[in-house]
Design a binder for this molecule. Sequence first.
Ligand code: CUA
Length: 335
Amino acid sequence: MVPRWRRWLYPLAPALALLSAGCAAHPQSALSPAGPVARMELNLGVLSLWIMIGVFVVVAGIATFVLVRFTDRGDRGGELPNQVEGSTRLELLWTIVPILLLLVLVIPTIRDTFTLAARQPGGLQVDVVGHQFWWEFDYPTLGIKTADEMHIPTGRAVNLSITSADVIHSFWVPSLAGKQAAVPGHVNTMWLLASKSGTYPGQCAEFCGLSHSDMHFAVVAQSPAEFAAWVRSMQHPVTTPTSTLAKQGQQLFNQYGCGACHSITGTSAQGTLGPNLTGLGNRSIIAAGVLTNTPANLATWLANPPGVMPGVIMPDFHLNSAQQKALVAYLEGLH
Ligand code: CUA
């Protein structure tokens, strides 16, 4: 037989596993806020948690006290205790106290709701469009469009207008802000701000099809100077291939009509169905974050997109490995 003390280990083991999982670094977590919006939202959650802990302690404490104090231990000679019914004082108490607790919660909730809904004057405008299965980021005031990675300057509010090109998605970058639905034919707005530079992972948070769980993105928060440099590079991108291989790749790109779906600023490719590829060589992720951006991964992607991301619109062009290499050389040369 298992010794008694060891039986305690069974429930303890999963609890310890959960606890230790909480010690890892979680960049994609609403519990590690990296800006005022996420901080405000976390504070509301923490306030509500403390209220609940308080209520639990008081209620469980009274229940335990009553249980211990008034248990019949056979020393009452079979007599029933005093039978009481109704108590105006108690009923008032347990009506008024919850109302007060709700007021403590509702006042900051309403205040923050209005703060978070307000467009931030002087903020950077980014139009976000959800697609099956990638995110489009348009900067209307800067004349830039990109995909997968949203660059923003630190210390400046970013006003987002969020919509969808097909089904309902949900834009969520937990360390910067709560989620917002991307609904076709409708624009939702929100704002966020990154206090310090870094790359904050995001994720589509609404089931939207086969590759919903693969619909990642990244928010790259940079110092204002670095952001300005990125904007310049996107406005005046390097698109002319230098190597023979990359030149072949450009020919293939045109031959296969890739420009019917993809845009590359400064070239004849002006399609809008698929992700904008301007400056692709500078991105850290491709295919909505399923793959990191390396030549080998890009070749894997081009070799069979639906094999990497089920349900993706981009077809398999049955490219041979020489063609893949050439296209990779061209695309990774876009800066
Ligand atoms: Cu898009 Cu889930």
